[in-house]
Design a protein around this ligand. Structure first.
Ligand code: NAP
Ligand code: G4F
Length: 326
């Protein structure tokens, strides 16, 4: 039987890595893209002759039903979202509609068109928010601290609900922060690596950041998409935490990134209140024990290697040594 996967959010960081992985696994890959007046295919440009891109939007139920009917995927990976936490404070309704209710629209389209489709939901460690235990596991209660976290919690529970109500093979991956040279420039890791590269190349002189004390469990995105794939290969659907089990502060990320190019972060980082959030998630650290045991998944890229990989890639990119995707 042809293995055919639909990826929503294929133009994003994770979508591009997942598309590569599924192509390597012999899948036919279909990527849902929303209408835009500019081209957003930078991360998947190198895959264009191997994947099909089809129009659709998580805000539009009919487009989802039509897409499933036309393309008949066997697996659906729902990676699309308004995924930037800071923006969710200024656009809470849009975030709820896309990141929360969008999951229901897609699940309901699957229920109507083909309930045998296997479904992956991109849930988030942001749901743990003001953490009630350390480290966080599949059993840790949620306490989201942003409209994004609240929307993701809704998306998680509606996935569980469709699994229990309609017997869908629907799994939720509770993924901790994962980064790469393809990370959006607004997220703190890429903002740091990109600005460090600019400072090193002489085109920037400072890096303006918010809370340096926040701690995150940062892994490599290429590793995390493998966990998504493995979840849909299991006989039974389930929920999994995907994390490294290590946490580091934003300050430490700066120290390693600047140190890698022989600079002292304290000379360049400027604290700017504009990047503080109305409510913060101070500490995230997950335990990937279940993913390791059931899926056989382990992270392969250590924290320091991730930071230096991102800085090196931005130096290559900005100095014209490489194309945008590496
Ligand atoms: P990303 O780079 O921000 O990509 C988001 C994708 O969603 C883009 O392809 C975007 O399309 C698409 N999208 C946004 N609104 C849409 C809509 N209304 N209809 C259809 N597509 C829409 O995110 P990412 O880092 O790859 O993350 C992938 C998923 O995992 C997201 O759901 C995110 O919330 C979740 N997650 C991420 C992390 C992490 O650390 N990266 C951790 C936990 C969970 P455009 O290109 O057109 O904007
Ligand atoms: O890089 P961030 O914006 O990522 P955040 O908020 O942890 O969210 C990411 O990870 C989630 C998983 O836990 C995903 F679900 C979500 O989609 C996204 O991918 O911020 C990380 C930390 C925060 O504590 C923030 O306050 O860095 C702090 N920070 C300090 N200065 C900053 C900045 N964040 C950003 N974006 N920009 C700053 O200047």
């Amino acid at each position: 039987m042809t293995k055919r996967a639909l990826i929503t959010g294929i133009t994003g960081q994770d979508g591009s890595y997942l598309a590569e992985l599924l192509l390597d696994e012999g899948y036919e890959v279909i990527g849902m893209v929303r209408r835009s007046s500019t081209v957003t295919f930078e991360r998947i440009a190198h895959l264009q002759d191997r994947i099909a891109t089809v129009p659709g939007d998580l805000l539009d139920q009919a487009s989802l039903i039509d897409l499933l009917r036309t393309h008949r995927p066997t697996e659906v990976y729902n990676l699309a979202a308004q995924s930037f936490v800071q923006t969710s404070f200024s656009q809470p309704v849009l975030t709820g509609d896309v990141t929360g209710l969008g999951v229901t629209r897609l699940l309901d389209a699957i229920r109507i068109v083909d309930p045998d489709i296997r479904f992956y939901q991109a849930s988030s460690s942001e749901m743990f928010g003001k953490v009630v235990e350390v480290p966080q596991s599949e059993d840790t209660p949620f306490y989201p601290r942003s409209p994004y976290g609240v929307a993701k919690q809704y998306g998680h529970w509606i996935t569980v609900n469709y699994r229990e109500s309609y017997d869908l093979h629907a799994s939720s991956g509770i993924l901790f922060n994962h980064e790469s040279p393809r990370r959006g420039l607004e997220f703190v890791t890429r903002k740091i690596s990109n600005t460090v590269a600019k400072i090193k190349l002489g085109t920037a002189s400072e890096l303006r950041l918010g809370n340096l004390e926040a701690e995150r469990d940062w892994g490599f995105a290429g590793d995390y998409v493998r966990a998504m794939y493995l979840m849909l290969q299991q006989d039974a659907p389930d929920d999994y935490v995907v994390a490294t089990g290590e946490t580091h502060s934003v300050r430490r990320f700066c120290e390693v990134a600047f140190g890698h190019v022989g600079l002292d972060y304290e000379q360049y980082v400027v604290i700017d209140e504009a990047f503080y959030r109305p409510a913060e998630v101070d500490l995230l650290i997950g335990t990937p024990a279940k993913a390791e045991k059931v899926l056989g998944w382990t992270p392969t890229v250590a924290f320091e290697d991730l930071v230096t990989m991102m800085v090196d890639a931005d130096i290559d990119l900005l100095s014209g040594r490489l194309g945008p995707i590496s």
